[in-house]
Design a protein around this ligand. Structure first.
Ligand code: F3S
Length: 280
């Protein structure tokens, strides 16, 4: 069985930067991360062992302790509260997420109703919303557009991991409903590169494996992209989940990984596939 790895797979710039800085910061002691640093439980566990503990809120932290803001960012009010408490902030908000936050803020200041295209509950979307003004809305799908009412002047930004297909479908619908529409394309290039690469590979293989956290939006998006190509696609977090029955009659298997999937996890999957002992 031939195993083909997507050209673009695994850690993106923002996640690599966050992970490296967090491991360096661990040596300071008393380092806490607000929510899991990345959507990959295996890497979060490695960080925990290095001394970076995950907290869901910072109410129990003491002045002087370190608080990591992960690549998804946080609403400005959260930053203010953490600073007011005397915490030392290590802000690892990805610069591309920061750009989406600033674009949303500028649109709101210019009087547009801000529409964030993304997943309502995703922390990155929540962080952008914090900059987007009182009347901002989150739209997940083109169907959602029908269920909302909009002001005549609309400003649009995207969650950085959105697919271009979904973003453009929503923008087109909003165009028909608005008198004025200002759109910032805040989709991250790393996301697009991984999606394009996964899509191209899915067209050339019999089966696709997508490696990454089940709670990772960009990994789940890669799964949808591969399935849209009509290929059987399996989402796994680690090599042990690989099942031999997936490969019956398969001569080429494609592998890709989300932007928050560490190299060591991806390498584990490739090794297992190459060993021929899949599922054992
Ligand atoms: Fe940043 Fe793009 Fe990665 S927004 S965290 S470089 S997917």
């Amino acid at each position: 069985m031939e195993i083909v790895l997507a050209d673009k797979a695994g850690f993106c710039f923002g996640v690599k930067r966050a992970i490296n800085t967090a491991f360096e910061a661990a040596a300071k002691g008393n380092v806490y991360c607000l929510g899991p640093l990345i959507h990959n439980p295996q890497e979060v566990e490695r960080l925990r062992k290095a001394g970076v503990k995950t907290v869901e809120d910072f109410s129990s932290l003491q002045p002087g302790e370190y608080l990591i803001i992960r690549s998804h960012g946080v609403p400005p009010q959260v930053l203010e509260q953490a600073r007011a408490k005397g915490l030392q902030i290590i802000d690892l908000t990805c610069p591309f997420v920061g750009k989406a936050q600033r674009d949303a803020e500028a649109l709101s200041r210019e009087g547009y109703q801000v529409v964030v295209v993304g997943e309502k509950q995703h922390p990155e979307v929540q962080s952008i919303l914090g900059y987007a003004g009182q009347n901002a809305l989150v739209i997940e799908t083109a169907d959602d557009v029908e269920n909302n009412t909009f002001q005549p002047r609309l400003g649009v930004v995207a969650q950085t991991t959105q697919s271009y297909g979904n973003f453009s479908e929503i923008v087109l619908k909003l165009l028909r409903l608005s008198k004025e529409l200002k759109v910032f394309n805040t989709i991250c290039n790393s996301t697009k590169e991984r999606q394009d690469s996964a899509h191209a590979l899915a067209g050339q293989v019999d089966v696709m494996l997508v490696v990454g956290g089940r709670n990772s939006a960009n990994t789940s998006r890669l799964v949808s992209v591969c399935r849209s190509e009509g290929k059987p696609t399996y989402h796994i977090e680690v090599a042990d989940e690989i099942r031999p029955e997936w490969f019956a009659g398969v001569s080429r298997v494609g592998v890709t990984a989300g932007a928050s999937t560490p190299d060591w996890v991806l390498e584990g999957v490739l090794e297992k596939l190459k060993s021929g002992k899949v599922g054992t």
